[in-house]
Design a protein around this ligand. Structure first.
Ligand code: AMP
Length: 567
């Protein structure tokens, strides 16, 4: 059985594609959301979900939440003497969700679609996949959370729509995606986010606000971890209360003594102002990356529990000049979308019509050295080849040259990330190619990156002077992909590797424009010449969307010229 799972920072949920619709599966307590919390006791007893969260106040040192923030890092936590990785902890949550499905349907799920923040890097994705495996689930696909939410939103209201923005603020991460739906294709145009921003940070801001209002002597009696756990839990309760009231009471009980403070909406808004400001950047980045004007967005779709905060909604209304759309259930949309994806993979009824296209969530490139105006070398500079938010599948080539005299080989280290210095990005692999010894700069090396929808990055390095080629396939999402699968994917990608300049329809259009150019003089010739330059410039960009627009423009111009032909 294939299930869809939203493995959230704060809460997780599982859903199935059943009877032509996605359906959430309740946990043992009858709730659709299971807190992503784990608690252990000496002797190995384990609690997951609500029960673990309950132990947070009494056993903070043996209980952990928000471990999704650590996934893909080497951090571990030790609970009641047992050391666990973030993957182990995530696997415990996944196993508990699988238990719930088994209890509800009588069948144990064996496969899953798991959602991840669009902004998760390659290591975080791999670790999530491993968590699934530890839990005994074959991870058929990882899909981006906002894409899943968009599927749930789009399916609720079938039909084509203008681009809309999915604003997903969860417990620990923030994601923005711009999505379009057209003739059954759900197309993610751009994604951006901040994987260190969520409801947890608003809790921390509230703790900072109220701590000075509480009697210090009482708080000082608590050990540091217990103090933090108590205050954070109380802050979360207060924050939720502030979602429906202008004022709320913050209260914690220390040694039987209740400590309270009143928090007003205004006070909270002031305390959270810095965090609210950070919501803007990813929105701007996403809009900029896909060249979509904020006015052409049809909806602002809210996803993630933390979008319930009025301070966030107010900020959004100000940012977009209209009210956000709250028609999808902010806590359920992602799991429902994962179930729709599960339905798509298993050929679920009523889903034949839908396809999803996504974008590369981060920039991929190589490590290079550059020489400044004084002739000094600067090493470790990132040279992007596939830029973030390029539609996938995509293939792009860049030309590099040797840096030293008589260099015998060139090594390209492959990185993913946005920083200018490679050391701040994630290294994916390395490829070395021999070059003929020549003076510096005289040997050209072509590096082609081809990236497909399931995360296979295929790298070809060619030295045109000798014809030497080296190839490396980096499998992003599926460690276990077999050589045969890789060969098949590569075959599929072969046609992508044709430079757009050499594609038949572009060659034909250039020939047609050149004929038109030859047939005119003066101003008309200049116009055609410029249009031709623009078109070849667009081809160099190797971006199918830009090329399609440029091709349309040039064809229109040539058609117009033909329409005015004297014959
Ligand atoms: P998620 O990761 O999407 O499950 O979102 C969980 C976050 O949403 C947590 O930080 C919760 O505190 C927050 N949250 C859930 N419900 C509310 C609410 N009614 N008001 C404010 N925050 C909420």
């Amino acid at each position: 059985m294939l299930v869809g799972i939203d493995l959230g920072t704060t809460n997780s949920a599982v859903a199935l594609w059943q009877d032509g619709a996605p359906q959430l599966v309740p946990n043992a307590l009858g709730k659709m959301l299971t807190p992503s919390a784990v608690s252990l006791a000496k002797g190995g007893q384990t609690w997951v979900g609500e029960a673990a969260l309950d132990r947070m106040a009494t056993h903070p040192a043996d209980t952990v939440t928000s471990f999704k923030r650590m996934i893909g890092t080497a951090s571990t936590v030790t609970l009641a003497g047992t050391t666990l990785t973030p993957e182990d902890l995530s696997a415990m949550v996944l196993r508990s969700l699988a238990d719930d499905v088994e209890a509800a349907t009588g069948e144990r799920p064996t496969e899953a679609v798991i959602t991840v923040p669009a902004y998760f890097n390659e290591r975080q994705r791999r670790a999530t996949r491993r968590a699934g495996e530890i839990a005994g689930l074959e991870v058929r696909r990882l899909i981006n959370e906002p894409t899943a939410a968009a599927l749930a939103f789009g399916l609720a209201d079938k039909g084509d729509r203008e681009p809309f923005l999915v604003f997903d603020l969860g417990g620990g991460t923030f994601d923005v995606s711009i999505v379009e739906m057209f003739e059954g294709i759900v197309e993610v145009r751009a994604s951006a986010g901040d994987n260190r921003l969520g409801g947890d940070d608003f809790d921390a801001a509230l703790v900072k606000l109220v701590e000075p209002m509480l009697p210090a002597e009482a708080l000082d009696r608590l050990p540091a971890d217990r103090r933090r756990a108590l205050l954070t839990l109380a802050a979360e309760r207060t924050r939720r209360a502030l979602s429906t009231a202008e004022e709320a009471e913050f209260s914690v009980v220390v040694a039987g003594e209740p400590l309270t403070a009143r928090v007003t909406t205004e006070g909270f808004e002031e305390a959270a102002a810095g965090l609210v400001k950070r919501l803007r950047d990813p929105v701007i980045r996403a809009l900029r990356d896909c060249h979509i004007d904020v006015k052409s967005l049809s909806d602002i779709v809210l996803v993630g529990g933390a979008t319930r905060m009025p301070v966030v909604r107010k900020a959004l209304t100000r940012m977009f000049g209209r009210f956000p759309n709250a028609t999808v259930h902010p806590d359920h949309a992602v799991a429902l979308g994962a179930a729709i994806q599960a339905g798509l993979l298993s050929g679920g009824e009523g889903l034949e019509e839908i396809r999803i296209t996504d974008v590369a969530p981060f920039t991929l490139g190589v490590d290079t050295a550059t020489r400044d105006v004084h002739g000094r070398f600067h090493e470790g500079i990132f040279a992007p080849i596939i830029e973030r938010n390029s539609p996938v599948p995509i293939s792009r080539m860049e030309r590099f040259s040797t840096l030293a005299d008589n260099q015998r080989q060139v090594t390209f280290a492959i990185y993913q990330g946005e920083a200018r210095e490679v050391k701040k990005n994630v290294k994916l692999g390395e490829l070395t190619v021999p070059v003929p010894p020549k003076p510096a700069g005289e040997v050209a090396i072509d590096v082609r990156f081809t990236y497909d929808t399931s995360g296979l990055l295929d790298i070809d390095v060619t030295v045109p002077a000798t014809g030497t080629t080296r190839n490396l396939a980096i499998v992003d999402e599926d460690d276990r992909r077999t050589q045969k699968d890789i060969a098949e994917s590569r075959k599929r990608l072969e046609k992508l590797k044709v430079h757009p300049r050499d594609e038949a329809e572009n060659v034909a259009l250039i020939a047609r424009a050149e004929r038109a150019y030859e047939g005119f003089t003066g101003a008309a010739r200049e116009v055609i010449g410029q249009a031709l330059t623009d078109f070849t410039g667009a081809l160099e960009k190797q971006d199918p969307r830009i090329i399609a627009a440029a091709r349309e423009g040039l064809t229109r111009l040539l058609d117009e010229i033909d329409a005015h032909s004297p014959l």
